[in-house]
Design a protein around this ligand. Structure first.
Ligand SMILES: C[S@@+](CC[C@H](N)C(=O)[O-])C[C@H]1O[C@@H](n2cnc3c(N)ncnc32)[C@H](O)[C@@H]1O
Length: 222
């Protein structure tokens, strides 16, 4: 999607993707990664997700990226977190103890010491891969692979449904797509695949015939 699409959604607060609680899948599956508490976790396309608070509560350092400035401001404000802001190249770096968000385009983020991404050892992708239409999805997956160091482990959450029955986002991402397009950069293990149609009224209302949610453990290959 073009940046203007997301800026308009945030301006209008049409943020149906935002969950008012920590994602239960994160709570359920994160322990399987068996990460040391002080690991740095990269959260691409973070929005103002409370999942970042959960990760910080596990003792992790959260390093995130989000395009929209209002989303970032709301995250710190709504969680009562005083923060600093500094300009790092094209991005604004918002930071409080344990949660740093680079506000700007993920495609211009670099994996360098100055962005701290070289210290990352884990990642969490919920509603990031599936936010991209097919034409841009591989470019995003390659950027994610570029940004995180070899050996990093993470969770990827996807949705799959007959794409012809509904326009994204979220876009349908099949297991075949993940295996075919991410297998070169990641070891892939599917941890779960559940029927979630009845939990998603928007899909039911639009008469989408099936909807599954998958959770993957991905390990960045060396
Ligand atoms: C579907 S939302 C998901 C947000 C969050 N992961 C969550 O679970 O609530 C996608 C987010 O990606 C952000 N975004 C879109 N394009 C981006 C880009 N090029 N770089 C960084 N963030 C981007 C949007 O502003 C939006 O907040």
């Amino acid at each position: 999607m073009q940046p203007s699409f997301w800026h308009e959604k945030w301006d209008a607060q049409q943020i149906g993707f935002h969950l008012s609680a920590v994602n239960p899948l994160l709570i359920q599956f994160w322990p399987q990664l068996k990460l040391p508490a002080n690991s740095q976790v990269f959260v691409p396309l973070c929005g103002k997700s409370l999942d970042m608070c959960f990760l910080a509560e596990q003792g992790h350092e959260v390093l995130a990226c989000e395009l929209n400035e209002l989303a970032v401001a709301q995250f710190y404000q709504e969680n009562n977190l005083t923060h600093t802001v500094e300009q790092i190249g094209e991005h604004k770096r918002y930071s409080t103890e344990q949660v740093t968000i680079y506000q700007g385009d993920i495609f211009s983020l670099q994996n360098t010491n100055s962005t701290e991404l070289d210290k990352t050892s884990a990642f969490y992708d919920r509603a990031a891969l599936i936010a991209w239409p097919e034409a841009m999805r591989l470019q995003y997956a390659k950027q994610l692979a570029y940004l995180i160091p070899a050996g990093s482990v993470g969770l990827l959450v996807t949705l799959d449904y007959p794409q012809a029955e509904l326009n994204g986002p979220p876009f349908a991402v099949s297991d075949d797509w993940v295996q075919a397009n991410m297998g070169a950069d990641f070891e892939i293990e599917r941890l779960a695949c559940e029927d979630v149609l009845s939990d998603n009224p928007r899909f039911v209302k639009k008469q989408v015939s099936s909807l599954t949610e998958s959770v993957y453990k991905l390990t960045r290959k060396g």
